[in-house]
Design a binder for this molecule. Structure first.
Ligand code: TXA
Ligand code: MG
Length: 337
């Protein structure tokens, strides 16, 4: 399938496809989404089928203005404090890489939320996504546009290579700026919890609304409250092993391995100990910046995964703060089989 450049005309065409029950892949600031009209159960069923996604794993509903919260949620079911926190978060962090779990209303079909009484609502910070959503029904359900469990797509080409022939259109808006999925925050229950670390660091949320529970504090992989918590996820086809800085710099190179360092200095320290540095190696944060590392993560993993001379990816964990939490979550889950 051809990639479609983003123009006024292609956005209109994409919106029409959505309104007619079709599937359109589109860029967001985090990763590419596989979009369907959030009010159309038949279109939503196709999303699960195309992704090979289990029906118990709910979708994120994307909106392009706060008015649409009324059409998709039932905020009267939140207590006053949760409602206040929602508006503080919305005012400061939307549009942006944050999905908030809210009580859903009856217009959102059960298949979208896997039968849950709540829905994940996201107001993305990407102009193509926002225009497409506004021109369609105003609410677009979109999981990441990759086969279930595999590496997330940060470029239109990634979508085409894995799902191309199953979609009605792929809008190409260039590489995703953030590169890891949105943070999923549940404010619908007694405790406010991060269900998935992502593009909005925990620190940014806590600055606004106070302490929130971390995803690993409520980890229970037998009964995930958010199926993104399933252990094996975001996995490349090759085996992936993760190490901290001290471990990776001492790890001898073996044939078929690619080394993915977080920082340049770890790579240098490793090279000094290698008698035959004929290996493939990459650095995630070339300029030492976490945001840069996040934006390159999936693209580099796709590239290494597609390299037939390689059998194994050895990756260094990021410092565990800010976006580093999301990077490490993806690496750790990708390394589980
Ligand atoms: O950045 C993103 O969030 C991307 C782009 C396309 O917006 N989307 C994305 O969707 O990552 P997906 O389907 O790959 O991940 C959705 C996550 C899953 O972990 C799902 O379990 C969780 O959100 N989720 C959705 N609705 C939920 C609900 N009602 N309660 C708990 N978790 C929910
Ligand atoms: Mg996904």
């Amino acid at each position: 399938m051809e990639l479609t450049p983003v123009t006024k005309a292609s956005l209109k065409k994409g919106a029409k496809i959505l309104l007619e029950g079709g599937l359109v892949a589109f860029p967001t600031e985090t990763v590419y989404g596989l979009g369907a009209d959030a009010f159309n159960p038949a279109a939503l069923a196709k999303v699960f089928e195309v992704k090979g996604r289990p029906r118990f794993d709910p979708l994120i509903i994307h909106i392009a203005d706060l008015k649409t919260l009324e059409k998709t949620t039932n905020l009267s079911k939140l207590n006053d404090e949760a409602r206040r926190k929602l508006f503080t978060l919305a005012e400061n962090l939307w549009p942006g890489p944050l999905s908030i779990i809210l009580p859903k209303n009856e217009k959102i079909p059960g298949i979208a939320t896997a039968g849950l009484p709540t829905a994940a609502i996201r107001f993305p910070g990407d102009s193509t996504a926002l225009e497409l959503i506004s021109l369609s029904s105003g609410a677009v359900a979109a999981p990441s546009a990759n086969p279930f469990g595999s590496l997330s797509p940060t470029k239109a080409e990634h979508v085409r290579d894995k799902l191309g022939n199953k979609l009605d259109m792929i809008l190409d808006g260039g590489p995703a700026k953030i590169g890891v999925e949105s943070t999923v925050l549940d404010i619908s229950g007694k405790e406010i919890k991060i269900l998935r670390p992502g593009g909005t660091p925990k620190e940014a949320i806590e600055k606004l609304i106070g302490a929130v529970q971390s995803y690993n504090e409520n980890d229970n992989s037998n009964a995930p409250s958010s199926p993104g918590q399933l252990k094996s996820h975001y996995a490349p086809g090759k085996t992936l092993s993760v190490f901290n800085r001290e471990e990776i710099i001492k790890k001898p190179y073996k044939e078929g391995e690619a080394f993915l360092f977080f920082d340049e200095s770890a790579k240098d320290a490793w090279l000094e100990l290698q008698p035959h540095p004929a290996a493939v190696f990459k650095v995630l944060a070339k300029n030492g910046q976490m945001a840069e590392a996040a934006s390159r993560l999936f693209d580099i993993l796709h590239e290494l995964d597609n390299d037939e001379s390689l059998t194994h990816i050895i990756a260094q964990l990021a410092p565990d703060q800010g976006l580093g939490e999301a990077i490490n979550d993806r690496l750790l889950r990708g390394s589980q089989k």
